[in-house]
Write a protein that binds this ligand. Sequence first.
Ligand code: ZN
Ligand code: ZN
Length: 81
Amino acid sequence: MSSPDLTRQQAWRRRNPEAYRAHIEVQRALRKGELNKPNGCEQCGRHARLDGHHPDAKGAPLKVQWLCRSCHMILHRRNRA
Ligand SMILES: [Zn+2]
Ligand SMILES: [Zn+2]
């Protein structure tokens, strides 16, 4: 199965190298148990697959907000406006 997400993700990675690095830092911290992923979205409490949102990827790569997909999207849409 082909994945159109792959190229999109690669493009995103090129545009946001800091955010990408922050993601890797977070994955590592999660694996080591230095960071905890909550069970529910921090915004709406929904138990869904959570995205790690970085309010400050460059300055604080391990500062993450755990949001469900829809809260995450809303947040980004608001930030862009
Ligand atoms: Zn949510
Ligand atoms: Zn985000």
